[in-house]
Ligand binder design. Structure first.
Ligand code: MEV
Length: 320
């Protein structure tokens, strides 16, 4: 039996890091997917994928079986081969590990139970697995990958996450000007970047809390900009966002330099955990002047990823 599921990556429009501190984030699934195919095998020999990937697969597998046992869901554990194909750039802030957690949780739970689980169940399993990868994730990445579309996300407590589907597309007057720039893989992992903000919070709680509070206001302003189809308000929210992310210490000089070079062309903000040493991962960029934009991109040889929303979240793409 072959079971295949695919899950999308994500782009955080506003609220990365502040979302770890119970502030809201605005996130959308992006139309680049990671696909997992599990195929039953007759023997028990395990196929190797490289140590790092094997460890990750084992963690997700355990999260699936623990959940099925805990919820008394009838299942049978069977040996399998796994094939992973991904379009999502790794370690940049586009949620590649979340998409792996979601798509493999969906495929394995289906394989072991013989039927698909609900998206809510897959989200819970994938979130538990992601905690092993990232230490203290908010859950925004797995939720975007699992449910798809535009989501207003807030984790109130460990046991209570508000995942509000906004049931709207980013309007064309805004989305036609958005692109994703790849500034390269940061030295730091997401967990390390979350820890950097954590130690800033511990050293200077009052000022950091003020920055996080401003971030919440900007996130809500961005939602209003989308709802009102207001490109000016949207572009200003991107600009303000980047200033706050800089205050949190998650933007490298290199990323700042790229944005300074691109300033005649529009505004950008890092998206995801960022990076402070060298590269900062992905930048969400709002183009105001396309000619200037193309000139700088060409000279600086910056890789562009089209901004295309995905609305279906995790989905089964075939079982044989
Ligand atoms: C990473 O994509 C987003 C962060 O806010 C971490 C998290 O929410 O788990 C940096």
């Amino acid at each position: 039996m072959n079971i295949t599921y695919k899950a999308p990556g994500k782009i955080i429009l506003s609220g990365e890091h502040s979302v770890v501190y119970a502030k809201p984030a605005l996130v959308t699934a992006i139309d680049l997917c990671l696909t997992c195919t599990v195929s039953t095998r007759k023997d028990r020999e395990c196929k190797t994928h490289g140590k790092e990937l094997n460890d990750g697969v084992n963690i997700i597998d355990k999260s699936v079986t623990n959940y099925l046992r805990e919820k008394n869901i009838k299942h049978e554990i069977v040996p399998y081969d796994l094939k992973i194909v991904s379009q999502i750039p790794v370690g940049r802030g586009m949620g590649s590990s979340a998409a792996l957690c979601v798509s493999l949780s969906a495929a394995l739970s289906h394989l072991y139970t013989g039927h698909p689980l609900s998206k809510e169940q897959i989200n819970t399993i994938a979130y538990r697995a992601e905690k092993h990868f990232h230490g203290n994730p908010s859950g925004v990445d797995v939720s975007a990958s699992c449910f798809g579309g535009l989501i207003f996300f807030r984790k109130e407590f460990e046991f209570l996450k508000n995942i509000s589907a906004l049931h709207m597309k980013i309007p064309a007057v805004i989305s036609q000007n958005l692109v994703i720039l790849d500034t390269g893989k940061p030295e730091e992992t997401t967990a390390e970047m979350v820890a950097i903000v954590g130690s800033k919070f511990n050293k200077d709680p009052i000022n950091t809390e003020t920055t996080l509070f401003k971030m919440e206001k900007i996130t809500k302003r961005m939602v209003v900009a989308v709802a009102k189809e207001d490109p000016r308000m949207f572009e200003d929210s991107i600009y303000q966002n980047q200033l706050l992310l800089r205050e949190l210490g998650v933007v490298s000089h290199e990323a700042d330099k790229i944005l300074a070079d691109l300033s005649p062309a529009g505004y950008g903000k890092i998206s995801g955990a960022g990076g402070s040493i060298d590269k900062s991962g992905l930048i969400l960029f709002y183009i105001k002047n396309r000619e200037e934009f193309e000139n700088v991109i060409k000279i600086k040889k910056i890789k562009i990823i089209p901004f295309r929303q995905q609305f279906r979240g995790v989905e089964e793409v075939g079982s044989v």
